[in-house]
Design a protein around this ligand. Structure first.
Ligand code: FES
Ligand SMILES: [Fe+2]
Length: 367
């Protein structure tokens, strides 16, 4: 009998591994819109943990969404008086998570260990990022968004969307080359052209990189948008695609899937372009919305929503990117069972299959 998650009682991938990484949890605008509405804080869920995000004294803080006094959610409290005040008995938490006031006994000293669990939080690309477990230290960073801050590009944020699938499945769908003719017939692909090249996949800097170079007969006029594309997957759930158009124009599509909880992810994304930078953004956003509406029905129909063990799905040569991705996820997941150090070593591992030389390659880690 094949061992499966249901027979072993354990999932194929150990979700604890993703706690070492930075994930986006909300947009800065969502946080500030809540704050402008009577000082509301912003509740989010990351890897099944309920968190509250609040901007306190100019600092974005992420706390466990549970008051240490009588367990009311802090997200029903208010940002006021230089802290986050619990709605029940008014305890006030500072940006560092320490209790600053206990209104019922203002003349008594506050015990030193009176603090809510606080997580690392950062702001990048107008998104709030959280890392639940910092024990892998500098091994993980907020994934790059190459076009952000590059004056050659105009970056437009899309509306974040929540899908009933795992972040791993979402990421795989984003980098899947052989679904275009079926899921995106007429938008990104064409039913008459189903054969895809097999990419050479490189592993370096915590990324998988590969290139898609469609043959001229794949670029059907007026039907397929099949530009040469460079892919970068920032492990585990972020990705950037750069498209190269005739005449030198470029565009980038960036996405980070946040692992909300089992079988649910929320994707944050930008579409960035060098062409027509002062033009209307709407057609670019509308095109992506069309692509997403084509993808969703097949993604929500995947059962299970989590990436299963290799024996449970049939992979072929053209699934090479997915196989390389799953292999690395599994290595990171297994190393997490060992130690944060082992995890960091696996994330720094290097495998170059394409023969390309990367100028930004970090000094070689163990292979
Ligand atoms: S439950 Fe939060 S102050 Fe009492
Ligand atoms: Fe797709």
């Amino acid at each position: 009998m094949v061992e499966t998650a249901s027979t072993t009682g354990r999932r194929y991938l150990n979700d604890a591994a993703w706690r070492y990484f930075w994930h986006p949890v909300c947009t800065l605008s969502e946080l500030r819109t809540a704050a402008a509405d009577g000082g509301r804080a912003f509740p989010v869920t990351l890897l099944g943990e309920a968190l509250v995000i609040a901007e306190i004294g100019g600092e974005v803080a992420a706390f466990r969404d549970r008051c240490i006094h009588r367990s009311t959610k802090l997200s029903v409290g208010r940002v006021e008086d230089g802290g986050l005040r619990c709605a029940y008995h008014g305890w006030l938490y500072g940006a560092d998570g320490a209790v600053r006031e206990i209104p019922a006994m203002p003349d008594h000293p506050i015990p030193g260990d009176c603090r809510v669990r606080r997580y690392e939080a950062a702001v990048a690309y107008d998104l709030v990022w959280v890392r639940l477990d910092s024990s892998a230290g500098a091994a993980t960073v907020v994934p790059p968004c190459p076009a952000w801050g590059d004056e050659a590009f105009r970056c437009v944020p899309g509306e974040p969307y929540t899908w009933p699938t795992s972040a791993g499945r979402r990421l795989e769908n984003f980098v899947d080359l052989s679904h275009f003719p079926f899921v995106h017939d007429g938008s990104l692909g064409d039913r008459r052209q189903t054969v895809v090249p097999v990419a050479k996949v490189d592993r370096l800097n915590g990324e998988l990189r590969f290139q898609f170079r469609p043959s001229p007969d794949m670029q059907l006029p007026g039907v397929a948008l099949m530009a040469p594309t460079d892919y970068r997957i920032f492990m585990p759930f972020a990705v950037n695609l750069e498209f190269f158009f005739p005449g030198g124009e470029r565009s980038q599509l960036w996405m980070a899937a946040s692992p909300v909880e089992s079988g649910v992810c929320r994707s944050f994304w930008f579409t960035c372009r060098t062409e027509d930078r002062n033009g209307d953004d709407r057609p670019h956003l509308d095109f992506q919305d069309l692509i997403l509406s084509e993808d969703l029905p097949v993604i929500e129909a995947q059962d299970p929503p989590e990436i299963p063990a290799p024996a449970e799905e049939f992979s072929v040569l053209t699934d090479k990117v997915s196989v390389a991705y799953r292999r690395w996820l599994k290595e990171l997941s297994d190393a997490t069972d060992e130690s944060p150090k082992a995890f960091a070593r696996r994330l720094a591992s290097v495998r170059i299959e394409s023969g390309r030389v990367y100028e930004d390659a970090a000094p070689s880690g163990p292979r």
